[in-house]
Design a protein around this ligand. Structure first.
Ligand code: TTP
Ligand code: MN
Ligand code: MN
Length: 390
């Protein structure tokens, strides 16, 4: 609604409409370089300031120009003097000099490349740099990743067995872990963005397998796909059960069973994280695992001659009372989620996360029946998933 669009100066990102591409996109991208730099160097407070300022730019409804900048900028929350001057520099000259410098800086380039590997955070990246590594090829040698005849990294995996009907079946019964070494070996494939139709194809195959184990399951594709991104870096699926009364019992343990089934089918090749149910706990203040989750590597069955790429797949199983909070919690973006939790806590005396919603003073657990109801219970105006691209 127009009211949401007019809300661009609101304090919390979850009150503002943030489209996928905003009128000041080039500015947001340039500020993003500075944000990434602060993040890579461990300056978390600084990085968060940039996150908040970029979030404001992403919701700003008009193009900023040399003519309107003075008037517009002073009215915006979360944009301190330092970042204001960076914004002015960009509006005046079309670039931010520091960002231009960083793009060519060896240390920045190295740290950024290292963190593209699943499981490598900023602090690991800094350690790798400090012991002399500079490129991903250095990192491959350091982690002893095997290479093929062309020098390209390859998977150190046992040859799969092919059954008479042509299905790939892994030889061992144990699910391999997605280690840094494996992530390096797969890095070229995992870096290829996933188009929307392939996301939907993966979803359909996963749900068909799940139906064989437990009929009646429901699901929502979440993450960037749900926010309208034309291409995603992984596939995120929230899974629940249509039986409100018994659904929790029916899907308990199902996450593990599904992943093992997908593994036996040759559809899942690696897993990074497999967790069971914990109850939503109103007393815990930090975000923690409270649903059944599996973060995996998935590969579609070969389609004629077409070789299919390894893809990251996140599966989140939620009991009926947590289904819609899980959908909201995993739709993102990360900044939208951060401010949702903050809004719930500071403004509503509630604890919100993917695993549920509770009133703080008496720990009463809510049971939202739709995504809209999650917003209603939090006292927030509805924001379409495609406008949560903070
Ligand atoms: P991601 O899949 O990491 O990001 P994305 O889907 O927005 O974009 P893309 O995959 O294309 O890069 O996370 C999806 C949402 O899930 C994110 O907004 C926050 C949530 N999330 C958690 O709640 N816990 C987690 O451990 C992770 C990794 C994500
Ligand atoms: Mn995602
Ligand atoms: Mn994900």
């Amino acid at each position: 609604s127009q009211r949401i669009l007019d809300n661009y100066k609101a304090w919390y990102a979850c009150q503002r409409a943030s489209p996928l591409v905003c009128p000041n996109q080039a500015l947001a991208t340039e500020l993003g370089i500075l944000r990434t730099h602060r993040d890579l160097e461990g300056k978390d407070v600084n990085a968060l300031s940039y996150d908040r300022a970029i979030a404001i730019i992403k919701a700003f409804p008009r193009e900023l120009t040399p003519e309107n900048i003075d008037k517009e900028l002073v009215q915006l929350p979360h944009v301190g003097e330092k970042i204001q001057s960076k914004i002015r520099e960009f509006i005046r000259s079309g670039v931010i000099e520091e960002a231009q410098y960083l793009r060519r800086d060896e240390r920045f380039q190295s740290l950024k490349a290292f963190t593209t590997i699943h499981g490598v955070g900023a602090s690991t990246a800094r350690t790798l740099y400090s012991i002399g590594l500079r490129t991903l090829e250095d990192m491959e040698r350091y982690y002893d990743v095997p290479v093929d005849d062309y020098g390209n990294p390859k998977l150190e995996e046992e040859e799969p067995i092919f059954t008479p009907n042509g299905r790939r079946v892994p030889r061992t019964a144990k699910l391999p872990d997605l280690s840094i070494k494996t992530a390096l070996a797969l890095r070229h494939e995992l870096a290829v963005p996933i188009p929307r139709d392939e996301v939907e194809e993966m979803h359909a195959i996963v749900m068909a397998e799940l139906d064989q184990l437990q009929p009646g399951c429901i699901s929502t594709i979440v993450g960037g796909h749900r926010r309208g991104k034309p291409e995603s870096n992984d596939v995120d699926i929230v899974i629940g059960h249509s039986d409100i009364q018994n659904g929790g019992e029916l899907i308990k343990g199902l996450c593990k069973r599904l992943v093992h089934r997908l593994y036996e089918r040759g559809l899942v090749t690696h897993v990074t994280h497999l967790s069971g149910f914990h109850a939503h706990n109103a007393l815990r203040t930090t975000h923690w695992d409270s649903l059944e989750k599996a973060l995996c590597v998935f590969v579609l069955p070969e389609d004629g001659q077409q070789k299919r790429l390894h893809r990251r797949l996140d599966l989140i199983f939620a009991a009926p009372e947590a289904y819609w909070t899980a959908v909201v919690g995993w739709t993102g973006s990360k900044m939208f989620e951060r401010d949702l939790r903050l809004w719930a806590k500071k403004e509503k005396g509630m604890k919100f996360d993917s695993s549920g919603m509770t009133r703080r003073h008496d720990s009463q657990l809510y049971f939202p029946r739709s995504e809209k109801q999650v917003f209603d219970l939090l006292g927030l105006e509805w924001i379409d998933p495609t406008l949560r691209n903070v």
